[in-house]
Design a binder for this molecule. Structure first.
Ligand code: KG4
Ligand code: ZN
Length: 342
């Protein structure tokens, strides 16, 4: 049988995206960011995001079709992020997808944004269920055992900030550029990670839950102490603060990953594997620890390319294609959901 042709739509945060997949082949993946629109406000403004999605979705779809060389008539299914996310954007995406599906007489599939992220390793790698997944980005942080396209077991996650958020806030506190992750990682490479001893929250408690909001408070305290003593931060102070901060995040993630692996292996999976995804997965210190842990525990390590880790519609199309194959269909009653736990 011919591979399934899927159109995917994503608009749950600040990227408007449309993609066409033929089986697992990405024919197009158009991502229109909104960074400039929100830059002056220090964060994503929901009203501005919603308006931009409403304006750009049609263009993104037209561009995705054009780059794929296909017409809408050739599409077998339309997949759309139906949550969780900023409701205005999700609503725009769902309405756009319903219009296309009704107009062209195509099946509609509502996709959970987190499922899109969690299934992405299977888009680029031959990964068998069940696999263990760590999703770490500016908005997400959770361990999942992925058992099927709609079967996820959440082992734990952050109880406050996501690690990417912590990296971004740290960069802001130290006067480093945004996004903070790469800037902090770069500074940390030149720093001494033992000069400041930052807390490792929740390591004393069982389970895989994490907390990162206390770290920035500790960092702020050290920063203010140095500034009060010396009148300002030197490059060395900055590098040492970054190194200490990154080591704390790395240690928390490593210990919680060790526990998640132990839970995952209790099921004795035939082809044990660990996938890491999200913007923070780009961090080399964090990634290296995960790879070492996997090697030691007999798990295969995999990470999708970064362009597929960040928000994009190819991951939604892919998740939609798996759900379609499993018999899932949505209809015109499909709802946009601001909250939708896996
Ligand atoms: O997945 P992503 O692009 O967007 C969402 O959060 O949905 O992740 C962006 C986050 C930002 O907070 C950014 O600072 C962080 O990923 N990040 C990093 C690195 N590169 C990006 N954090 C740590 N180290 C990095 N090298
Ligand atoms: Zn996301």
């Amino acid at each position: 049988t011919a591979p399934l042709i899927t159109l995917g739509l994503e608009s749950s945060c600040d990227d408007t995206s449309a993609a066409i997949l033929r089986g697992r082949e990405i024919l197009s993946n158009v991502v229109m960011g909104q960074t400039e629109l929100h830059a002056a406000f220090g964060g994503v403004v929901p009203e501005i995001a919603a308006r931009a999605h409403a304006e750009k979705l049609d263009l993104a779809v037209a561009e995705a079709l054009s780059r794929s060389g296909l017409r809408l008539a050739a599409v077998d299914a339309i997949a759309v992020t139906a949550g969780p996310g900023l409701i205005g954007g999700v609503l725009s995406g769902v309405m756009c997808a319903k219009g296309l599906a009704a107009g062209a007489g195509k099946p509609l599939i509502g996709v959970n944004h987190l499922a899109g992220h969690a299934l992405t390793p299977r888009l680029t790698d031959d990964l068998a269920y069940p696999y263990l997944m760590l999703l770490i980005s500016g908005g997400h942080c959770q361990f999942l055992i992925v058992r099927g396209a709609d079967r996820f077991q959440r082992l734990g996650g952050t109880i406050d900030d996501a690690p990417g958020e912590a990296f971004d806030k740290t960069a802001r506190l130290l006067g480093l550029p945004q996004p903070g992750g790469p800037a902090v990682e770069d500074a940390a490479r030149r720093g001494n990670s033992t000069r400041f001893r930052f807390p490792r929250p929740l390591l004393d408690r069982p389970g895989c839950d994490m907390s990162f909001s206390g770290l920035k408070t500790a960092l702020l305290r050290e920063r203010d102490r140095i500034v009060a003593e010396k009148g300002g931060l030197t490059e060395t102070d900055r590098a040492d603060l970054c190194a200490g901060f990154q080591a704390a995040i790395r240690d928390v993630l490593t210990e919680k990953t060790r526990r998640a692996i132990a839970l995952y292996l209790e099921d004795a999976p035939a082809q044990p594997a660990f996938a890491i995804a999200g913007g923070v997965a780009a961090n080399r210190a964090i990634r290296a620890e995960s790879e070492t842990l996997c090697a030691r525990s007999g798990l295969r390590f995999t990470a999708p390319p970064l362009s597929l880790c960040t928000d994009n519609a190819a991951m939604i199309a892919y998740a939609g294609s798996e759900l379609f194959a499993a018999g899932h269909r949505s209809d015109m009653t499909l709802k946009a959901r601001p909250r939708w736990p896996l």
